[in-house]
Design a protein around this ligand. Structure first.
Ligand SMILES: Cc1cc2nc3c(=O)[nH]c(=O)nc-3n(C[C@H](O)[C@H](O)[C@H](O)COP(=O)(O)OP(=O)(O)OC[C@H]3O[C@@H](n4cnc5c(N)ncnc54)[C@H](O)[C@@H]3O)c2cc1C
Length: 354
């Protein structure tokens, strides 16, 4: 098989890139994934939160642009605009706040507790209320990208793992479904992006997959389905409503050799400690579900989107960290723009590490 562009990975990075690229690129595009369904890894196991205020300005702006785009696809996306509360010191929140672009308000702890009574016995300095944030139907968002791509002629091949690579455009790619020739290769392989880069002989961009667990708790007293997302940036935890209970994380960042999304036994103990020390109303809640997956972060915590600085025809859409679902619209749009216009440059360029 011969294609102009081969995208490795059918998560949010690969799917959104295919969606945007196919709008203006006339050549053939094939997306492959080692799994039998799209979004099997981080893209299907994340916390589904669309949040705009972030400490890095480049990510914050990409998040705000994505959030505006999603309004055009409602109600299809099933987005629930519950808002978000970031908890930290007033100075820290004020420093990341961009009221001109993102509507937001600094609230006192008292006002935040009025909205979320679970915070009653919890100490924090201030809260940043961002009303347009919310919870996405992640499968609907992924389908939007996949369906749009397919309608414009993009092909998808599942159960197809890239395991070897020779040449540099055309690349001769050895996959579990035979050889594929591709003029250009897009690395959207999530936690496996460093491995795909090594297979192709591309630059070594410093990034690390970090394991994170999510829990669903039931039997939570007085939980409101309309509660906002709550993220404490100082004590490192977040929660949001999920069915009749809460989805909660202790914001762990485990470094492991294996990329298997297994559950570590000690994480239940960490969650129990958080509940006892910071959120006493959750002490009797029941753990209904737990799972883990990997957030892949570059050392400077920004995204890696652009042409490889040393290997010709090799393009990166990786290191989306903990933002890759909510910011996926702008990630794909930016990737397509850089793919087509090689001169375009920004803070996501891979060559910043040279
Ligand atoms: C616990 C957790 C909570 C999160 N919460 C949020 C949140 O609330 N909001 C938010 O915006 N983001 C969140 N994220 C981050 C978000 O999920 C990721 O940034 C995003 O899904 C990354 O997408 P991706 O396409 O880069 O990676 P992935 O979804 O991992 O996709 C990469 C794909 O590449 C495929 N692949 C890899 N190697 C090969 C190969 N050799 N051949 C073929 N295919 C290959 C894999 O099978 C995989 O499907 C969270 C992440 C985690 C882990």
């Amino acid at each position: 098989m011969k294609v102009d562009v081969l995208i490795v990975g059918a998560g949010f990075a690969g799917a959104s890139t295919a969606f945007h690229l196919s709008r203006s690129f006339a050549g053939s595009i094939l997306v492959i994934d080692q799994e039998s369904v799209p979004g099997f890894h981080a893209s299907g196991r994340n916390a589904a939160m669309v949040r705009q205020h972030e400490e890095r300005e480049d990510i914050r702006r990409a998040a705000a642009a994505s959030r505006r785009a999603y309004d055009r696809y409602q109600p299809e996306l099933g987005f629930r605009q519950v808002g978000s509360l970031l908890l930290a010191s007033a100075d820290r929140l004020e420093a990341m706040r961009e009221p001109a672009r993102i509507e937001s308000y600094l609230l006192s702890p008292r006002e935040a507790r009025r909205r979320v009574p679970l915070l009653d016995c919890h100490e924090f300095g201030a809260a940043l209320w961002t009303p347009a944030d919310g919870i996405m139907d992640i499968s609907a968002l992924l389908q939007l990208y996949l369906t749009g791509s397919r309608e414009r002629g993009v092909s998808f091949l599942f159960d197809c793992r890239l395991r070897g690579c020779r040449g540099t455009g055309p690349f001769r790619l050895d996959t579990t479904q035979g050889e594929i020739m591709a003029h250009r290769l897009v690395n959207a392989a999530g936690a496996w992006a460093p491995r795909v880069s090594r297979l192709a002989g591309a630059s070594s961009v410093p990034m690390l997959p970090l394991k994170r667990h999510l829990f669903v708790l039931g039997r939570v007293p007085r939980v409101g389905a309309d509660w906002p997302i709550v993220w404490n940036l100082v004590d490192n935890f977040y929660f949001r409503p999920e069915s009749d209970g809460l989805l909660i994380s202790v914001c762990d960042e485990g470094v492991t050799e294996s990329l298997e999304p297994t559950v570590d036994a000690d994480m239940t103990e960490e969650l129990a400690q958080l509940c006892w020390s910071k959120l006493p109303q959750l002490r009797d809640a029941v753990q209904e579900r737990v799972w883990s997956c990997f957030r892949t972060k570059a050392t400077d915590t920004s995204f890696v989107i652009g042409w490889d600085p040393t290997l010709e025809n090799f393009f990166w859409v990786a290191a989306l960290g903990g933002h890759g679902m909510g910011v996926s619209w702008e990630v794909g749009r930016r990737a397509a723009g850089k793919f087509l216009n090689r001169a375009h440059s920004d803070s996501f360029d891979p060559d910043r590490f040279l």
